[in-house]
Design a protein around this ligand. Structure first.
Ligand SMILES: [Zn+2]
Length: 261
């Protein structure tokens, strides 16, 4: 969650978290996997559907599942999970190639990618140290309480305090984020302070935990939406939601104005 001085409506903040990037329009430097026969078969299927030549390359990329270069021909780089996709998924792919904003096909592809997430090779994990015990708050305790109370214990990502930032004055602050690839929720270290009420820390942790469970959506323009209406509805289920938003609006300057420790 990110907050800055230029908030719009109370409580509606510029919030971001890292998401698995599903669609990309530029060609990333992903390594092709050897699967020329299947690639040819999928390509000819897509060609017949799109009525134009389609070239298919399978990859073992970790973050971008579909990349399309649209010239007179289409060049499609696909994660190898698509090598045995059912025809319904390939049809959705063909529709996506022609109409990238087509909603139903976007959703179908997103679901397929999600369902086959186990085939995505985990990104090389940084050696990481998880710190949950702070000076004032024990993140693990907060996390476990929320997981039991609101999420039926379904959140499996780990949690840690982020590293403290030093020195510079900040114009905006990210209170928390989820590294989906590493499976880690990071909470801004500046929340481990005596003036921060426990319900506010809980709200930030709750928000990030929600990101671990609620699927993102694609907007009409193909952008990933994290804070869509369903997310917001569930966010309001946090017991102290209104107090937390109010506290944030009234106290944001204390995080922004202050120099880091
Ligand atoms: Zn968020």
């Amino acid at each position: 969650m990110e907050a800055d001085r230029h908030q719009g409506r109370a409580g509606v903040l510029a919030q971001k978290s890292r998401q698995l990037e599903i669609f990309a329009n530029s060609s990333p430097a992903d390594k092709p996997t050897e699967n020329p026969e299947v690639a040819k078969r999928v390509a000819s299927y897509l060609s017949s559907r799109c009525r134009r030549p389609v070239r298919v390359v399978f990859t073992d990329n970790t973050s971008t599942m579909i990349t399309v270069k649209r010239e007179s021909d289409y060049t499609v780089r696909l994660h190898h999970m698509f090598s045995d996709a059912p025809s319904g998924v390939l049809n959705a792919l063909a529709v996506y190639l022609k109409w990238p904003r087509h909603r139903a096909s976007n959703e179908k592809l997103s679901r397929y990618i999600k369902a086959n997430g186990s085939l995505i090779k985990p990104a090389r994990r940084r050696a990481r140290e998880l710190t949950t015990r702070g000076e004032h708050f024990d993140l693990k305790a907060v996390y476990e309480k929320l997981n039991a109370r609101y999420f039926n214990g379904e959140v499996t990502d780990e949690i840690t305090w982020g590293r403290p930032l030093r020195g510079r004055r900040r114009r905006s602050i990210r209170f928390g984020c989820v590294d989906h690839e590493a499976g880690v929720i990071r909470i801004n270290h500046s929340l481990d302070a005596p003036f921060v009420p426990e319900f506010f820390l809980e709200y930030i942790v709750y928000h990030e935990m929600l990101h671990c469970l609620v699927e993102t959506r694609l907007s009409q323009g193909g952008r990933t939406l994290s804070h869509h209406s369903d997310f917001k509805r569930r966010e309001r289920q946090f017991e102290h939601y209104r107090d937390a938003v109010k506290w944030q609006n009234e106290n944001l300057h204390r995080f922004l104005g202050k120099r880091g420790r």
